[in-house]
Design a protein around this ligand. Structure first.
Ligand code: AMP
Ligand code: GLY
Length: 420
């Protein structure tokens, strides 16, 4: 079958590698892809927010199955628009429509969904832009730390956590005043949960699901979890503190009730569900849902997935019996190499050296570009990720860090404490 992966980051590079290994995959396309994905398939010059260009590509390349990497096109209704154009007939489109994508696109919707369905999550109060003084009064009545969240998508910048009441009040005024436009016209003020974060990923058809291995992401830019939040600076899988008991709790209290709720609430859903979780005193809570895979979690997770990702998707998409997921007992790690100024003001165009093959390491491209003449330059905040699988986490990390030492570009920085 012909497969199209939509997106162009490290996540899509890792998906492209995995899908290309499937015996079911005849031709693989990635739109827009990046210089790394072109090793596994043909890159297509696509704008994911331009529905007709996606519809054309589905037709022109006789795509049998498409996978959506990033959230924004899903939240904006790419699936629904393609359905209206009858562009999805006889095709599997792996990514939910707008009704399912609201789980990521509206934190208020997700919070209500969890409350209605008894899924453990932090308590929260919702305020809109007519309720600024009420929100400020609420902050004055509760104890720090304060967790403020823009309701909508805000490119990973929509969550503020502070113990400073004055700052919290200022942030509330700015958020509700429209810092992120419509995305922050509504905010949540959430109870602070003090615990350890990890993530679990499912592929689902809205009724059945298969579970991928859990991972942990390192969100802050600096060692020791300091500095601003990023898209993710590294990941590991498995996660040391997640044992069988915790997996069982996540399965019975979070994953199953979520999928059952899709059925109950008649939410059509074919795609990934990313459960962003936190363990507090031995109990799991949902911090957020995403309706796609994570980046850089995908890189670590795909390297441990032994069964055929494409056949899992096909079975779900066609209603066929599900084959078991096979997961390697080995450990994976991913270290993200970032450009000067990331996350605030990433610089582009630095020439990358040392990109040839290194034993035991897979390099995934996130933000790179091939210049005329063939050299590769940085083209985004997160530039490359070095991933490795080994018998132990420390060995996998050793490989990643050896690669990080080998690769050079001006201003490159990365966290030195992933997995430690
Ligand atoms: P989110 O965008 O909802 O994933 O939030 C970004 C990050 O903020 C999470 O990965 C957590 O580190 C942190 N966070 C979000 N909600 C809470 C909460 N209720 N308590 C503590 N930390 C939180
Ligand atoms: N690494 C977190 C995310 O993809 O949302």
């Amino acid at each position: 079958m012909n497969v199209l992966i939509l997106g162009g980051g490290g996540r899509e590079h890792a998906l492209a590698k995995k899908i290309s290994e499937s015996p079911l995959c005849e031709k693989l396309y990635i739109g827009p892809g990046n210089p790394g994905t072109s090793e596994y398939g043909e890159n297509l010059d696509l704008d994911l927010l331009d529905t007709s260009s996606v519809a054309r590509a589905l037709d022109d390349y006789s795509i049998d199955l498409a996978i959506v990497g990033p959230e924004q096109p899903l939240v904006e209704g790419l699936r629904d628009a393609l359905e209206q154009m009858s562009a999805l007939e006889n095709r599997i489109f792996f990514g939910p429509g707008q009704s399912g994508a609201r789980l990521e696109g509206s934190k208020g919707f997700a919070k209500d969904f969890m409350r209605r369905n008894g899924i453990p999550t932090a308590g929260a109060q919702v305020f809109d832009s007519t309720q600024i003084e009420l929100a400020v009064a609420h902050i004055r009545s509760i104890d720090p730390p304060f967790v403020l969240k823009a309701d909508g998508l805000a490119a990973g910048k929509g969550v503020v956590i502070t113990s400073d009441r004055v700052e919290a009040e200022r942030e509330i005024r700015e958020l509700l005043g429209g810092r992120f436009g419509d995305s922050s016209k509504t905010i949540l003020i959430e109870d602070f949960l003090d615990g350890r974060e990890f993530s679990v990923f499912a592929l689902t058809d809205g009724h059945r699901f298969v579970l991928l291995p859990e991972a942990r992401d390192y969100k802050r830019v600096g060692d020791g979890d300091t500095g601003p939040n990023t898209g993710g600076m590294g990941s590991v899988s498995p996660v040391a503190f997640v044992d069988d008991l915790m997996r069982e709790k996540v399965l019975t209290r979070i994953v199953k009730p979520t999928i059952e709720a899709f059925e109950k609430e008649k939410i059509d859903y074919l795609g990934f569900v990313f459960f962003g979780l936190i363990e507090v005193s031995g109990e799991p809570y949902v911090i957020e849902y995403n309706v796609r895979m994570g980046d850089p979690e995908t890189q670590s997770v795909m390297m441990r997935l032994e069964s055929d990702l494409l056949s899992h998707m096909v079975e779900l998409g066609r209603g066929e019996p599900l084959s078991p997921v096979r997961i390697s007992p080995r450990s994976s790690a991913t270290v993200v190499l970032c450009s000067e100024g990331y996350p605030a003001n990433p610089r582009k165009g630095d020439r990358i050296e040392g990109l040839h093959e290194l034993e035991g390491v897979q390099i995934f491209h996130s933000g790179t570009r091939r210049e005329e003449g063939g050299s590769i330059v940085s083209w985004g905040g997160r530039v490359l990720s070095a991933s490795s699988t080994a018998d132990s986490l420390s060995q996998a990390l050793e490989h990643c860090y050896a690669a990080a030492k080998h690769i050079r570009f001006d201003g490159m920085h990365y966290r030195k404490d992933i997995g430690r």
